[in-house]
Structures are given as structure tokens and as C-alpha cells.
Design a protein around this ligand. Sequence first.
Ligand SMILES: Nc1nc2c(ncn2[C@@H]2O[C@H](COP(=O)(O)OP(=O)(O)OP(=O)(O)O)[C@@H](O)[C@H]2O)c(=O)[nH]1
Ligand SMILES: [Mg+2]
Length: 437
Amino acid sequence: MFEVRQKPEMVERALLLRIYFDPREATEAGSLLEELGELVRTLDIAVAESVLVRSREIHKKLLCGIGKAAELVELARAHECDVIIIDNGLAPSQQREWEKLADLTVIDREEVILDIFARRAKTKEAQLQVDLARMQYALPRLARMWGHLDRESAGSGGGQSGQGGGGTSRGMGEKQIEVDRRLAYMTIDRAKRELEVLRKQRKTQRKERERVDTAHGAIVGYTNAGKSTLLNILSGSDVLAKDMLFATLDTTTRRIELPDGQPLLITDTVGFIRNLPHRLVEAFKATLEEAVLADFLIHVHDATAPEIERFHDTTLEVLAELGAGDKPILSILNKIDLVTDPEVLASLREKFPDAIETSSVTGQGLEDLLHACSRVLAERVCRHHYRIPQHRAELVSLLHREAKVLTTEYEGDDIIVCAVVPALIAGRLAAFAMLPA
Ligand SMILES: Nc1nc2c(ncn2[C@@H]2O[C@H](COP(=O)(O)OP(=O)(O)OP(=O)(O)O)[C@@H](O)[C@H]2O)c(=O)[nH]1
Ligand SMILES: [Mg+2]
């Protein structure tokens, strides 16, 4: 397998930076930096110091001015860091400039998240998706990885390496980049093909599910909000739930029964995060399709998160990007058992007046949540084709009474009815539903 990383596998001590430009961004920048600390610790890298850096303007080369950057590099040296991690997204050229200046590995938030995802991915599909995203991230950065070879050959060859020119004057590194690039493209193509096969399988499974016409809800929300714990407690399963970011990467679907006896499929999904690399959203689109195709969403909020509103907005933004922005949403304020301050509780209720307060620890609110699911589903309507034998004409009357009949045709002894049917009566007619064409 093409190895995308040239940086030492075992970086141990990191200096973290977040550079911001507008004083109004200070609070947000501080909280992003804190979150980066959590992400980095998830990778078992110790954080020597986190520095919030204000720069008056955006410098193209290093984001901040060269003087400030040199100071920060000195700080990293003083702490004996072997990596500098910058929360801002770095263009490949900026990353190269930083590494040249620091003579240390320099990575950005995206690379940290990609590394976490790479470690966590369990199913074949998630692994392929992460591989794909990592290779796409690495491609424009290959020059950075092999830069040292060029430096060596330039030193021994003496003369300045001319731009363009024939193949003979090119450095070793450049040739290596070409080899790697070709290898990367091949690997990317293969991963895409394998993913396509897996997606087809997933589609077939989904068709099967549609045929059975079971209602489907997806649990979504910011990372570490308690989504997997909720799925576990509702369905009695044991998906990994842990106090860490991105515990879940693979979607899991479980079947439960609502209080009214109606079956419901519930899917646990990957958590979202601020500045989630766009290519990861792209990569996970197929698995997140589960959320897009669900009848409704359960949006889990961590009631203890000081930035609950930002997290809420982030989740809605990603959902919109996925094309799931207009699904019915049940909001829940989870971990409510940990909110003991009445003032905090009052302010949460004001911010999220419709949210159901839940706790997966005490079980508070879970019954309410299930009833709310039933209510959402009662409003669900679906378009169906039915083949009804003439001696069951009372079912056709039922459709005329309770649903919106679009067309009626006769075929032999059967009546073929196409109708938009509320979920409430769809179950009674399920046996006569025809497979979607
Ligand atoms: N006190 C309390 N802790 C909870 C509750 N729900 C979840 N937790 C804890 O919160 C942490 C995160 O829970 P997860 O279920 O892994 O969160 P998640 O949303 O699936 O996280 P990712 O998969 O990382 O996106 C775990 O340590 C849970 O035990 C709750 O209602 N009350
Ligand atoms: Mg989870």
C-alpha cells in the first residue's frame, strides 16, 4: 500500500498553535485550540504548550509574520517538541515553509483528524474512505516529503537546478515524486472501485429495507455528544461508546420497537466537528447517506458543552451539506444528569425550547423520546403501489378514506392502486405493497 506519511511515525511532543487575525475571533480561536488539544491527545501525543497567535494580517508564506513564526519555532525547540501542529488549514506550500523554517514536522488540523480517522476505521468501507481522503490530502504534498532528496542532490551537483529543462537535470526527489504520484493515482483509483462495489451492496441492503418499509431514524450530532450510548441503551447493543472524539466512524443500524408497537430502525453515525475537512465529509457521504435517507433525525446535544450552540450550528451545516437539511429533527439535550446548576438548565431550556431532556445514565427522558419518534412517524407519508384482490375492496375504500389515491387500474382480478399513504395505515396494507420498479 502506498504510504502517505513521510513524517516520523512516533512524534511525541507537540507545540499547538492557532493563528487568528480579527480580535473578534479570539474566543472561537481559543476554543478551537482547546479542541485541537483533545484531538492531539487522542493520538497519544503530549501537548507541551498551546499558543493562541494574533497576526494583524494574513501572511501568504507562513500565515503569520516571519518574526513571530521564528519565535514560535524557538519555543518549540525550548520545549523539545518534535512536531508543531497548527489548527488553521495550511496550504501545501505553507506547510513546506513552516517545515523549512522549523526543521521539524509541521502538520495541520486536517492531518490530525485524518490520522485519528485512520486509526479508528474498522470496517472495510470506512478504511477505504479514510485511505482515499488521506491520499488526496497527501498528493499535493508529495513534494514536501521528498524535498530532502532534492536538497542532497543540489548540494552534490553544485549548479543551480534550472526550471523546466530536460530530465537529466532533475533532482532525484522530483523523479521519486513522479513515481509516487503515479502510485498514488493508481491506489486512489483502486480504492474508488472497491468503494463502488461496497456502495452497491449497501444500496441492495437498503432496497431490502425499503421493501419491508420499516421506519428509519438516524442519530446525528457533534462528536462525543453521546450518540452511540443512546443507540446502545435504546437497542440493548454494545457499540463502542467512549469519552473521546470520533469513537464512532462506522454506521450501525439496530431495530427497536416503539411504544405503539411500530418497529423502528435506528442508525448511529459518525460525529461532526468544526472545520471537519471537506474531503472527509465527501469521503463519508456514502455512509452518511443513511442519515440523508432516514425518515427523521435525532439530533443529540451534549448539554454540558459550553459551546453547545456552535456545535448545534456545525451539525446543521454538515447536514445541509449532505442534503439532509430538511428532515424532521427531534432535538435532545443529552447528559442532562450532569447539569446541576439551575441557571444553566434554565438557559439551556431557553435556547432549546423544544428539546427533550435525556440521560443515558439515569434513563431520564428516553420514554418521551420514543413517544416523540412515534409522533414524527405518524406524520410520515409514503407513496406506494398496491396490488389488491377485488374481494378485498374494503382496503381500496380505506385508501380512499385515509390516503390520497393517485391512480387506480384493473389487472385481471386485482386492483392496482397508487397512493400517498400515512405511515399509520401503511402497516395494514404492507402485505399488498408492490416492489418499487
Ligand atoms: N453522564 C452522562 N454521560 C453520558 C451520557 N451519554 C453519553 N455519556 C458519555 O459521553 C461519552 C461519549 O459518549 P459516546 O456515546 O461515545 O458519544 P458519541 O456521540 O457516540 O461520540 P463519537 O462517536 O465520538 O462521535 C461517553 O463517555 C459516555 O459514557 C449521559 O446521558 N450522561
Ligand atoms: Mg459514537
